[in-house]
Ligand binder design. Structure first.
Ligand SMILES: C[S@@+](CC[C@H](N)C(=O)[O-])C[C@H]1O[C@@H](n2cnc3c(N)ncnc32)[C@H](O)[C@@H]1O
Length: 259
């Protein structure tokens, strides 16, 4: 009797799908998708990628990489979550400060208002460093505009909050910290006077919308190319070069970026 009803149930609810088998064996498709979308390559770190994406899937009840791939194509939220999860956002104030000093001296020589872009800005330390260094050099706040862009939405939310830890401000002198931050317990909270000098946008440098940001006098693009392969670096470089107001102006890359 019981089996009769089971059978009947199976027939009438034929659309009840069989559970797809769990399969986290090969993340190659995810690596390709991620590289196409962001430029970031995991070619030499496939084991790391495999483990990370498996954790990502398990946390969301996605039982295979192929299922994740099909979701990525139609679910913008999952796509953003994966980008936030897989991009590396390490940065700190006054990183490679010599380049910031070079920028400051160029801006001081410039007679007009300048537009500066940090692509990528990650959690904000780089564009805020530029703002602080310019003010410290006596440049008036209305002489410059700074835009920070990044593909990682978590990083940008942190940038907008601008609440940092000791390790983020380790390169700053006590005087600078006192002038530009409030100290609360173990937190360093950037003052609004600096926060208001930087705008942030969530954007992928490979998206067509990147070009709509306009042209910039100075572009910083540090420590992003390290995640790209040679071909992607060349493509990204061309895109960034096209964003300069003056084609003679060099772009500030990080020393590890190896163009
Ligand atoms: C290590 S951080 C560099 C931050 C800062 N420029 C510095 O040098 O300290 C690299 C950043 O590149 C961003 N990124 C990677 N691919 C990107 C893309 N296609 N478009 C925009 N940002 C991207 C990541 O989200 C990450 O925040």
């Amino acid at each position: 009797m019981f089996s009769f009803f089971r059978k009947k149930e199976d027939k009438s609810f034929g659309e009840v799908k069989k559970e797809e088998p769990t399969d986290y064996s090969d993340a190659t498709g995810i690596a390709e998708y991620f590289k196409n979308e962001t430029g970031v390559t995991f070619d030499k770190q496939m084991n790391i990628l495999n483990n990370k994406v498996m954790t990502f899937c398990k946390q969301r009840g996605i039982n295979s990489f192929s299922k994740l791939l099909s979701l990525l194509d139609r679910d913008a939220d999952i796509k953003q979550e994966l980008i936030d999860y897989l991009t590396t956002n390490e940065t700190f104030f006054y990183r490679e400060f010599k380049q910031i000093e070079e920028l400051v001296s160029l801006v001081k020589k410039d007679s007009s208002t300048v537009k500066i872009m940090c692509a990528p800005s990650s959690t904000g330390e780089e564009p805020y460093s530029i703002a602080i260094a310019l003010l410290e050099a006596g440049v008036k706040a209305d002489k410059f505009k700074i835009l920070g862009i990044d593909i990682n939405s978590d990083a940008l939310n942190k940038a907008k909050r601008a609440v940092y830890k000791q390790r983020n401000v380790r390169n700053l002198s006590d005087e600078i910290v006192q002038r530009y931050f409030y100290k609360q317990d173990d937190k360093f909270i950037l003052k609004d006077s600096i926060k208001s000098l930087v705008e942030f946008r969530l954007i992928n440098i490979f998206d067509a919308s990147f070009a709509t940001l306009g042209k910039f006098d100075y572009i910083f693009s540090r420590n992003m190319f390290i995640y790209f392969d040679a071909q992607t670096k060349a493509r990204a470089k061309g895109i960034l070069q096209g964003m300069r107001k003056n084609q003679e102006q060099k772009i500030f890359f990080g020393h590890a970026d190896e163009l």
